[in-house]
Design a protein around this ligand. Sequence first.
Ligand SMILES: C[S@@+](CC[C@H](N)C(=O)[O-])C[C@H]1O[C@@H](n2cnc3c(N)ncnc32)[C@H](O)[C@@H]1O
Length: 432
Amino acid sequence: MSGILDFKSIIEDSRSLARDLMDGKAAEMTVEHHGEDVLDNRLYLGDNLDAMLHLLGDGMKGKIDLVYIDPPFFSGADYKRRITVGRGEERLVFYNHAYGDIWEEGISEYLRMISVRLFLMRDLLSDRGTIYVHVDGRTSHYLRLILDQVFGKERFLNEIIWSYKSGGAGRRSFSKKHDNILVYTKTKDYIFNPQREKSYNRGMKPYRFKNVAEYQDDIGWYTMVNMKDVWTLDMVGRTSSERVGYETQKPESLLERIVRASSDEGSIVADFFMGSGTTIKVARDLVRGWIGADSSIHSIVTCKRRIGPSEGLRLCHRLVPGDSRLDFKARASRKGEALELSIENMRLDSEAIGKDASDPDLAIRLLKERPQTYIDYLGLYGIKDNIETIGEWYGQDVELGFLIEDFPRKYDRIMIRMIDIFGNIAERELEV
Ligand SMILES: C[S@@+](CC[C@H](N)C(=O)[O-])C[C@H]1O[C@@H](n2cnc3c(N)ncnc32)[C@H](O)[C@@H]1O
């Protein structure tokens, strides 16, 4: 059968693999409870297959009202993350691996990867749930067939065309300026809150029809109509204030439409390929519960930076402390009501630093003189029954010694977590 795409076996194998995985042992993970347990918002670091198995084993079957996914597109590209560190003359640029979208065995390997996950997502969706699968013309036709099998073709709701201006110009074809978002529901009884949009009158003049409200803006006269399935929205531009340095970041305006239309306040919204966390940010802003998963630590750091400290966050992972190329020592002492903290002896594999830097010599010098240049995230947590976030610092703002005024008496242990720009993680726990 080589060369011919065997859809039947992709679907049947994925269906039975998903069933075996669900019948097997629930995925084990460390679950850190950050703050009171009143909310159950989660971020999973790891393969989303494990995240979903963990959720299913943790009573979340049928609990999610909306899943949006923006998986790798079968682009054949190895996505890089551009990181700049240092200031002025001492500015350095690193291009770090973000994630690979290369499938050695071709499209069938890609489709198997996605199909088994779609079966698990279906089980996580509530009876009123909807899934949005964001792809482009390279895979949308394959995904339609797969989704028809996983959800049933009668559960197809829409194919949304997201049209934008950015990207290259086509010379030997029309310029490719749209993505496809395939929408399926779990049952006939799904959440759908119609969204409204402007529809400009012909000639931009008023029609003056009876009982039709008309409005005017700088462009001309318009009426409000139910939103269509072709959406023209700008990508996150280079100068946009939304931009967080994640190459495939999607605009909040796109996710806002999806979250508003297919979930209610209090619904749980999930994104299992969350990247920079656009879905999570929008769900949080619109008072939904949220679950995000990504295999990249940069995604988790970027998302956390975007949303800030979150009450009721559960951080789920399989980190093995100590298994890292980053190391540091820390000292903490109470000074009255305050806590004095210093981080010493920060060590980082210098080989890794020289290799990907725009200026390797400067990179090594900075490591000696100002090692904190390489910190992407520093978290300080108090440990009681839960882990409580006392402070979080990102990127260039990190210092290695500081005083925390009014340090709560209730903690007798703290944890310091450091993540460097290369994704290495180190942790220290201290008595205070
Ligand atoms: C296209 S990006 C998502 C971008 C996102 N929509 C945004 O607005 O930033 C795809 C993400 O999926 C993640 N990813 C790919 N395969 C994964 C897997 N098997 N499990 C978890 N995350 C995965 C990658 O690390 C990457 O961050």
